[in-house]
Write a new protein. Sequence first.
Lengths: 100, 768
Amino acid sequence: MIEPSWIAGLGAFLFCIGLVGIFTRKNAIIVLMCIEIMLNAVNLNFVAGAAHYENIDGWVYTSIAIAIAAAEVAVGLAIFLALYSQRGTISLDEVTLLKH
Amino acid sequence: MSEHSKSEWKLLFPVAAMILFPVIRHFMGFGPIDSAFLIVAVPLLVFPAILILGQMYKGEDWWKNQLKEGGIVALAGLAITLSLTVWLIIEFLVNHAALSQYADAEGTFSQGVIFDWIQFEIFDGASLIGTSTLSFGLWIDSVSLTVLFVAAFLCFLICWFAIGYMTTDPVNEDRNHRFFAEFILFSMGMFGMVLADSFLWLFIFWEIMGLCSYLLIGFYWEKPSAAAAAKKAFLTTRVGDVFLMVGLFMLYDLYHSLEFAVIFADPTMGGAITGDQLQWPLLLMFIGCVGKSAQFPLHVWLPDAMEGPTPVSALIHAATMVNAGLYLVARMFPIFSAEAFHGDLSDIAMLIAWIGGITACMAAFIAFVANDIKRVLAYSTMSQLAYIFTGLGAACWFANEGFEEFAVIAFGAALFHLFNHAMAKGMLFMASGSVIHEMHHAHDHVHLYDSGDEHDFDPQDMRNMGGLASKMPITSTAMMLGSMSIIGIPLIGGFWSKEGIVGQAWNVYLHGGEMILFPALLVLATAGMTGFYMSRMWFMTFAGKAKSESAEHVHEDTQWIKTPLVVLSIVTALSGFILACGEFAHWLADPSHSHLLTDLFAHPVDAILHELEIAFLPHDNTLKIVGWTAILLSACLGPFIAARLHGGPLSEGEQATPMTAWLVNLSGKVGHTEVGELATGGFATALHNRLYIDDLYEWIISKTLMPFARICAWIDKNWIDGVIKGIESGSQSTSTWLRQFTTGRASDYLLMAAVGMLVIVGILWGVA
């Protein structure tokens, strides 16, 4: 059995990859993918914890998180489509309405 | 134009209907005292109504022509108060006994508490001593009813006059609703002050009047002189008001109440209060009266207040505000007459008489040289109010020294003079307003096609008038009767009361008050001076030949201006005689032991002969000499000199009305119109400059208050503003610095959120 700390470390590593991706990439779809990576890094921790403590709660949270993540991707992609049809771009640098 | 005037009578129907208001109240089952609070409440409600409606509908035909920009509304409100006042007076006179359920003290009624205003607890250190309540109620006795009637009657007539005076002047177009709203608020202040049952509420209404006088004097706010005059009036009366307020605090400290019922019931509080303790509060309250009634040395605001529209001058300087100070002194009278204070307060009484004597003489002197018709009247007002103060001072002295019977006579004479003066002066101001109004119109008419360089023409300057007796018959007659009343021509108006005041001032001297000799001499001399300056005003305005082109084209026009003059002419001519013979003065001072008018109706001949004997043949020889000196000075010498200097026959073909023709003819016999500038000496120059009192105040203020104000301004600018400006510029630079972080890129915000999150986690880590 793999040490839980190793799995937690992997989760943290994945989370950081996602975080850096969000900060650095400009393409909205890539940013969305990075968010998914972060989400799954958290899921990994849940699963690892559930296995270690032999408790079903972690599995339940993970399955709910996956289901909601799917829905969230669907909504996110739909927003990007609408954004593209309106502005002709999905680069996050161009979408700076908040500033004005 | 006359067609137009005739149709305007219709506008008065709703006003006339308001007279039925007391009848409705009666059938609703209320008595006059239950309804008395409406005398204050109705104007208080009409005030916002006019203001709001005027602001909403100004310029519309029905508002402008049917309601005269709110004038009819104000007049209707004043008709209600006047009818309620008359109802109250009739009830007071006729059903004296039926009112006993309201009886408070002898001859006084009050409705008790109408509402409780403030309740508070009194602590001594940390322990609760008791609770106290400041409540509002009404105080009704002969003095308050008299002043209330004067105010209500004159406010009604002056409002009537103002409708004609204000709405025909294009300058006032679409802002007259402000005038009428402030006018009725002013009336409310006066009614409230007169009816208030405590010094506290008296003071509150007093201040409302102060505010309204500021607003009304500054009605032509676009004129710098009017704005300055408004400020001057407000600040000068404020000086007196501060003293009055401190005086009321001291009074409260002594009595733990400011209600008349508490103070007058036992001015000694069961022997706990001595006369020495009361000297300071009474003195300070008197200074407040001096400010409000424009007496020396706080008189400077009154002549400048003539910058307001003429109805305002009539309202403030005759009917209401200047009477407030007199009313307050009259309210202090029961304190003077408490036996326990025997002799302790006579110095204050003497001071009141001195201030009165000095002001009477000084104002009369300045009136000698005034050429502005309204300023003559303003100085005459000061002078006549000073008479009343002298009379009240004499009354207070008698009361304090224990001469009850003389105190009653002097007190009654002083307040009787208040009545006579208010009626005559209200009419004189309205008559002068009529003259000014028509001079103004005539000037516009004559110079209609001129290029308009005539800005130096002053329609108020008597040197531009002359010979108006033929063109303004009603105005000239009214002015003649009013002047006669003020002068004290025997048998007319003010004669009865002025005779009493002068006589009682000398009577004080005869009874051991040697100090009064100076003011007594002054008021005696002023009687003659009054005869001169009032006659001078009349002759300069109405007799002789027209001194300017405009004066030849003057004519009387609208009924709105003429009707109040006619009404007041009749009142002035007759009321003095009737009331004097009807024991009015005695009733004023002591309503429970005398009956107004009943003796006159029962035995007219006896009553008249009795009064004539008192006036012309008093028993004491000194008083006889004094009385006849006053009559000769005021009725003969003064008018004769005035006629000699300023009188003269009318132009060829002009005919005065029968009422005034004899006077014009008389002046034509003795007068010669070719008189140059008469008074050019040093004293006359000083008089022209109002004896340099205004300049002296200005100099004192520029040496004391102005440097202090400059220091305050510097501190304000550099320290107080500095702090605020520092906060402002600091926050501005902070926000400029922060603004560079708002890039608008979502990833930047996310980065900041992540960093912030890490920081929070770090902090929590540290805490844990």
